[in-house]
Design a protein around this ligand. Structure first.
Ligand SMILES: Nc1ncnc2c1ncn2[C@@H]1O[C@H](COP(=O)(O)OP(=O)(O)OP(=O)(O)O)[C@@H](O)[C@H]1O
Ligand SMILES: [Mg+2]
Length: 495
């Protein structure tokens, strides 16, 4: 195995190369800052360090501020005037690249700082390089560790915590996927926390490690880690979708990628509200054994820079691959929540094109499950073959499916299903969606419980006769959605 170059070592090598301007691509600003100060402290004569942000200007680690340096050009001037070696971390500088004076000063810095031991570091998760600076700036990826690095580190840690021979191969693979997305330091930290106490690697240990990973994904405000709790048996109907997932279960693995098999990229589930789209996404996670990350488009549009938040989230999930990315309400990426597909805000178009490009270039082991309600807002490009492997239309459940959905929800209340005429209940709920069936079962269970008796069929049929399904009040819209979807998608249900 080749030697693993850790982040700080990469920085040190860039400095040895004599580059005065170093662009560190990373979303962990604090970690990069620690690494740079760490490298500087190890020099024979420790190198002074200071950081700049557009709010505070230049500050030394002790908090001492350089006067009048909040403006990036003035800050660069001050760094150029500084005497002797020094490391300067400039935090938001890429945001100022539109200003020609900033680019000019950086080019000056490149020439003037060469060979002086004075370095300027830029840190940003995105690589934004003006054409004019491409030659002057050394770009360094301070990424999350890749598979090789992880395997290497885990092998060592396994021997340390479990003794020889360390993790067996199967555990190494399981653990490798589980810690993907953590930094090397975090991996070491998590393992010593979990295995230091109890030197056994079992399902409990794996669960604890996954919980740590959840913490890591929370750093990204718009992503939510969802722990798998739903299994295939919790979904009534949708047989076409289930078949599709079953056939591809073993395709979505590292082995399959290595064997050159076509690895599924993603699916789009669109259609009626409350019919099991979100539920199905959770099933993919448990059925394919993939960690699930939900990207909330509402939160994306709630940030100052939706484009940035969106891009950042995609990158984060790639760092966690193999993973399942659920983009809920993907139509928001096109409309920005405005309900029209021609919003005046340019970032909407950019978010959407970012997504399409990313879908083509992404890590093969990120499977995207997108869900959409207001499907008429989806442009043709997203549905076109090639972006998603399959587009499914999730319709109101048919009679057979309603029977199964009743069974799923009744079973949760520990009743004897034989005592329930699910055929009758299914017939009585024509036009109901799964959520409405669930609500009827739950409200009747609550009533039965309140009068201290077991749930019986009568309770359920009474609840059914009281409720009016949404489809009756929205008949026209439903028809429109259906006819729109007819030519564009495969039905998730078997007819
Ligand atoms: N096919 C089904 N089988 C079992 N339960 C179902 C089914 N469809 C819906 N449900 C129940 O209804 C709830 C809501 O469904 P879900 O959140 O998946 O709907 P959705 O299609 O994502 O709706 P929306 O478009 O409003 O987000 C589920 O949590 C589940 O309990
Ligand atoms: Mg949903």
């Amino acid at each position: 195995m080749s030697q693993i170059v850790r982040g700080p070592e990469r920085i040190r090598r860039a400095l040895l190369g004599g580059y005065p301007l170093v662009y560190v691509r990373s979303w962990e600003e604090a970690r990069v800052e620690r690494a740079i100060t760490g490298v500087g402290a190890k020099y024979e004569k420790p190198v002074p360090f200071a950081s700049w942000s557009c709010v505070d200007g230049i500050r030394s680690p002790s908090g001492e501020a350089w006067p009048d340096t909040a403006d990036p050009v003035k800050a660069l001037d001050a760094i150029l005037r500084f005497e002797g070696p020094g490391f300067f971390l400039m935090k938001d500088l890429p945001a100022h690249f539109e200003r020609p004076e900033v680019v000019r000063r950086l080019r000056d810095a490149y020439r003037q700082l060469k060979g002086k031991g004075r370095h300027i570091f830029l840190v940003s998760p995105r690589l934004l390089l003006p054409q004019d600076l491409k030659k002057e700036i050394y770009v360094l990826d301070y990424d999350l560790p890749g598979d090789d690095e992880i395997a290497y580190v885990l092998t060592h840690l396994g021997k340390r915590f479990l003794g020889e021979p360390g993790f067996v191969d199967a555990d190494l693979r399981r653990l490798g996927s589980a810690v993907k997305g953590l930094t090397l330091d975090e991996i070491e930290h998590v393992l010593s926390k979990v295995l230091g106490r109890r030197p056994v690697f079992d399902d409990d240990a794996l669960r604890e490690i996954l919980a740590e990973k959840e913490q890591a994904s929370r750093k990204e405000g718009v992503l939510e880690f969802i722990s798998p709790r739903v299994s295939m048996e919790d979904v009534g109907g949708l047989e076409n979708l289930k078949d599709w997932l079953t056939k591809r279960k073993n395709l979505f693995t590292r082995e399959s990628v290595d064997a050159g098999m076509p690895v599924p990229k993603g699916i789009l589930l669109m259609g009626m509200s409350g019919c099991g789209k979100s539920l199905s996404v959770k099933v993919i996670s448990s059925f394919w054994n993939l960690p699930l990350f939900r990207l909330d488009m509402n939160l994306v549009f709630g940030t100052d820079s939706p484009e940035y938040a969106f891009h950042n989230a995609l990158q984060t999930v790639e760092g966690m691959a193999p993973a399942l990315l659920w983009i809920d309400e993907i139509e928001m990426a096109i409309t920005g929540g405005s309900g029209t597909s021609t919003g005046g805000d340019g970032s909407l178009g950019r978010i959407f094109s970012t997504f399409l490009t990313w879908m083509q270039e992404k890590d093969a082991l990120v499977f995207v499950a997108a869900t959409a309600n207001r499907i008429h807002l989806l442009p043709a490009e997203i549905i076109r073959k090639g972006r998603f492997d399959q587009v499914f239309f999730v319709d109101l459940p048919n009679e057979e499916e309603r029977k199964q959905i009743f069974a799923v929800h009744l079973r949760r209340h520990k009743v004897n299903l034989d005592k329930f005429d699910v055929v009758f209940l299914a017939k009585a709920t024509k036009g109901w969606n799964g959520a409405e069936i669930e609500a009827a079962v739950n409200s009747s269970a609550i009533e039965a419980f309140a009068s201290r008796r077991a749930l019986v069929e009568d309770d359920v049929s009474r609840a059914v006769s009281r409720a009016v399904p949404l489809s009756r009040t929205m008949e026209e819209q439903m028809k429109a959605i259906k006819s729109w979807a007819h030519d564009r998608a495969l039905s998730a249900s078997k007819s």
